[in-house]
Structures are given as structure tokens and as C-alpha cells.
Design a protein around this ligand. Structure first.
Ligand code: ADP
Ligand code: MG
Length: 288
């Protein structure tokens, strides 16, 4: 539906990221709640192309694994992106915002992984876009346990322009080949997103970030580019399937990583349906 600032009533701040903030509003005409991402922009890096992606996503109709886009608005140095309001986000779970352990149980993680890979695959094959900002804060969960990916249309050019002005250290999910692109590296490919997915999986399955805390961008580049790929601890309590998928996504040579089609056939994702009932029960523990 077409939306207008006057239709919106501010409710609460949902969070803030590198490009702006996300606020919950009530859309008065429909009496429904929406999430609005407010991105500060200077007019020369207008997000026309990026918004076109979101509009395309809207026209294409539904994919159950991506957050719905409702419309956008430009006003006074800001772009407002109106989208479906989701209940929980994976970053808040790993950061212990809810009263549950930050480590996500294995069955639920299977379900989450399946949904995220399906969403990323859809974005790539149907919308022809590479996400470029895969991380737990862009993985959202609805009230009934549905898992969706967000921020896929606005990540591309925006990320590059932000990267120039901000410390790269605020983007710790970045693949080695992106931190130090070699001369013949031909643009951003999905395999770099697969790395970011691997880092996210590591974080969600252990409750900790694999590299600890980077002191600065130099340390990040040194450790990610020159160091060994992260390895799960010996006493990792989940199955070998889980361990294997994390390690396969975290191969330093991008060409050794699985693509989405391969990931969807992975043992860890294939049995995601086993977790359907567990998902709803787990969501209830979040609401407490
Ligand atoms: P980030 O770069 O950390 O993803 P964002 O500005 O995209 O920063 O998002 C900030 C926070 O807002 C996220 O942590 C997420 O929890 C929340 N958020 C984003 N989109 C939605 C949404 N559609 N529904 C509910 N919460 C959201
Ligand atoms: Mg985000």
C-alpha cells in the first residue's frame, strides 16, 4: 500500500545499525504495526537501484523466507523503508537480550539455517541480488517461529559507501577475500555471503563470536586474512553434521565453499522439518 509519514505513529526503537535505525510504527489506516528503517543518506548516493530491488521483490510476490517490503519514502536526507514487523532477531538472541541461553539448540538451528539459505537462494536467483550483509541481525523471527532474511536490497551500494567512511571493523562477518581483494577478484560473489553465513552459524551454535573482539580494522584483516579459518571447539556439543557445515562455509578459499544449492542438500539442512514443532515450543520460551 502507498504509505505516508502522516499515516504513521511512532511506537518504539527496535535497534540501530551502521546506516541508521529501525523503529516500530503503527500504520493508522490499517491499524497494523510495521517496522521502518530510516537510513541517513547524502543525495549523491541515492538508493534508487537498491529500492528498485525491494520494489521488484514486492511485485514478484511472496517468498516465505524474506521480510516483506511495503514501500519507501524519501524525506529530508533520509530514506524510509517500510517493512514487515518481526518479533525477534538472531543478534538479540546471541547477545542475550532474551531470557534464554545465547546458544541456539541444534534442532532450531537446523530450521533457522534452512530458512536463511532458502531466503538467500531466492534473493540470488529470483531477484538477482547478492545479499552482502549476512549476519544474525539480518535474520529475523516471527511470532510463530517463521525465519526470514532482511536488508537484502539495501545492502549493496550502501555497504560500499559506508565502508569508505566507517571503520571496517564494524563488519566482522566479512570474508577474507573481501577484506583484501586481489587484483583479479571479480566483484562480490555469493561465496562471500556463504562465509558470513558460516560465521553467523558459528556464533548461533556456540553463543560466541569466533574471533572474539577485534581491536581495530588492522587486527581484523590480519587475523581473518592471514590466520587460520575459525574452528569449533573440541567439546562442541552438536552433531558432526552441524560441525561439518560450519567448517565447510568457513573455508578460506572461497571456491571450496558450498553454494546455496549444495547447502540446501546438506544433511544439516535436509532434516529441518524435524524441528517444526520444536520451533514453536522454543519461541514460547523467548516470550517469557
Ligand atoms: P544491523 O546493521 O545491525 O542489521 P539495522 O539498522 O539493520 O542494523 O537493524 C537494527 C536492529 O533492528 C536489528 O538488530 C534488528 O533486531 C531490528 N530490526 C531490523 N528490522 C526489523 C524488522 N523488520 N522487525 C523487527 N526488528 C527489526
Ligand atoms: Mg539489518
Amino acid at each position: 500500500y502507498p504509505f505516508d509519514m502522516d499515516d504513521l505513529e511512532e511506537k518504539q526503537l527496535l535497534g540501530a545499525g551502521a546506516y541508521g535505525k529501525v523503529i516500530q510504527y503503527k500504520h493508522k489506516p490499517s491499524n497494523s504495526m510495521v517496522a521502518v528503517k530510516r537510513v541517513r543518506i547524502n543525495m549523491d548516493n541515492l538508493l534508487i537501484g537498491e529500492l528498485a530491488v525491494l520494489e521488484e521483490a514486492m511485485k514478484r510476490g511472496k517468498c516465505e523466507f524474506i521480510v516483506c517490503f511495503y514501500g519507501s519514502l524519501k524525506c529530508e536526507g533520509e530514506v524510509l523503508i517500510c517493512m514487515e514487523l518481526m518479533k525477534y532477531s538472531m543478534d538479540k538472541i546471541t547477545e542475550n537480550v532474551y531470557a534464554i541461553p545465547s546458544r541456539i539448540p541444534e534442532k532450531q538451528l537446523m530450521h533457522i539455517s534452512y530458512s536463511i539459505v532458502q531466503g538467500l537462494h531466492y534473493v540470488k536467483t529470483v531477484l538477482n541480488v547478492i545479499h552482502r550483509d549476512v549476519k544474525p541481525s539480518n535474520m529475523l523471527i516471527g511470532l510463530h517461529g517463521e525465519v526470514k532474511i532482511c536488508d537484502f536490497g539495501i545492502s549493496g551500494k550502501l555497504i560500499d559507501s559506508i565502508a569508505k567512511t566507517h571503520d571496517v571493523g564494524c563488519r566482522p562477518y566479512m570474508a577474507p577475500e573481501r577484506l583484501q581483494p586481489d587484483e583479479d577478484s571479480s566483484g562480490y560473489g555469493i561465496l562471500s555471503d556463504v562465509w558470513s553465513f558460516g560465521i553467523s552459524l558459528y556464533e548461533m551454535s556456540t553463543g560466541t563470536f569466533p574471533y572474539g573482539h577485534f581491536k581495530n580494522a588492522f587486527e581484523q584483516v590480519t587475523r581473518v586474512v592471514e590466520g587460520d579459518a575459525p574452528k569449533l571447539p573440541e567439546d562442541f556439543p552438536y552433531s558432526d553434521c552441524c560441525k561439518d557445515i560450519v567448517h565447510s562455509c568457513l573455508r578460506k578459499n572461497q571456491y571450496e565453499r558450498p553454494n546455496y544449492v549444495q547447502l540446501l542438500k546438506d544433511k544439516f539442512l535436509k532434516d529441518y522439518k524435524l524441528a517444526n514443532d520444536d520451533m514453536a515450543a522454543w519461541i514460547k520460551t523467548l516470550t517469557l
